[in-house]
Design a protein around this ligand. Sequence first.
Ligand code: FES
Length: 503
Amino acid sequence: MMPQQLVAVGRADALAAAAARHHLTLRHSSNVYQTMLLFSLAPPPGASEDERRWYAMQATCPHLEAPLEHATLETVESELEAEAQRDITDVEDTVVVCPHHEWSWSLRTGESDHSPAGMRACTFAVSVQDGMLSVEAPQLEQNAPGSWLLVESRPVSERFYEPKPAADAGPSSSQVQLVAPDPVPQSLTAWASLVLNTANPRLKVHYTRLAAAAWRDARCTRVGGGRWNFDDSEAPEWRRKPEETPPGIPPRDQLNVVRPGHEAKRGKGGTERGRIALLHSLASIEQIAIDLAWDIICRGPELFARLHPASNPPPKLPNAFYTDFLRMAEDEAKHHTILCERLEAFGVAFGDLPVHYGLFDSMRDTWHSLTARLSIVHLVHEARGLDVNPGTIARFAKAGDEDSVATLQIIHHDEVTHVATGHRWLCHVAECMTPPRAPVELFREEVRAHFCGALREPFNRPERAQAGLTAEWYEDLRGEKRPGDGYSAGGVQAARQAQIAGG
Ligand code: FES
């Protein structure tokens, strides 16, 4: 048997100082993903740091895939060990208590007193050598050749960024009551519909935070999103409840929408005016990105079912899909918030400058297909962010705007994860197709059909590769969609109509 690979995560002291839990994402070169939680249990009072205990466990509950990031930990006496080693009578164990049905999982063994025989959580050995912490990589069936890579290590205690009270300086910060919706949505797709239909950006961010907390704390456990209706016809129809239905183009509060390229001049970031224009443009893009993350959640059940129209009940995406895109929506809401704060530091409110809705074109062009959406929005546009962000950050740094640099670095760090999320789920969906498709080939096909023009160099190859996009995905790739074929003008028009509808 081959020895299991150790994956270096970072300095143990730095990890311990950063948070008691980290969410880790690992990817094997065969495109298999493994998410896990790294737990750091502080040494007892008076004990040395050497007695700190580290554990790693799969990040979702083995029962019904609930996210365990914010699960509570409890110390219990381990009967299993007490039985197995009769001379040991009071062995303590720490268990993770799943918020959904309160089954508990041992951090040491992955076993549970609640689960039916055989169900256990995957645990992974953690070792610290010369101060460097590593986790044991999962064993793949048939010892698949290749190796594991750490895609992301994120402190779980990094709760949502707490926004400062907004100045009442512009249309987006107009007095809006940040209260819970009434009625409270009863499914994740109902939350998605609510957020997508919310025009005010601050309220959109607020609802996103409430929804993410409700999903994590198991106050919302149902995805919803509809089902096939086979009544009276040979061709089944997808039926969804009105409250789980996404809008067309999401409405906006009083933004001045212009065609792409006609917004305020950004320059090269050298002047304050140019930097403000760029920050404003990014804040708008992040607002659209919140909607894009929610839109794929809202449409996911239907689009995945359409890959297998003859199956009733329809096949479902794993809950981990929804957890990943909800985390993305939360990130984008954080990005929008911190960019608005930078604007306010310059005395500008979000909405003071014109914005373009080019990204809504991609939303509309990919409403019909999960693989098209994942390819264009999450693997072309998000990956483009990886390419251009370092240059933007460098220009802000050259201008001495360190606060904006810090903001842009937070955003850039998260975007590597977002591209990895797109890669993970396109690979998953490709494998679920009949017959299964090769993800690279499928991606290139979708780009040719739904993107206009060539993918532009220079590419940020190292970070693209970290997110799963090796050169074979994007080299020499050109979208064959014709300019003006609804790609730019249509989206603006649709957005304007949505604006009118949204007031
Ligand atoms: S989903 Fe965790 S116990 Fe049911």
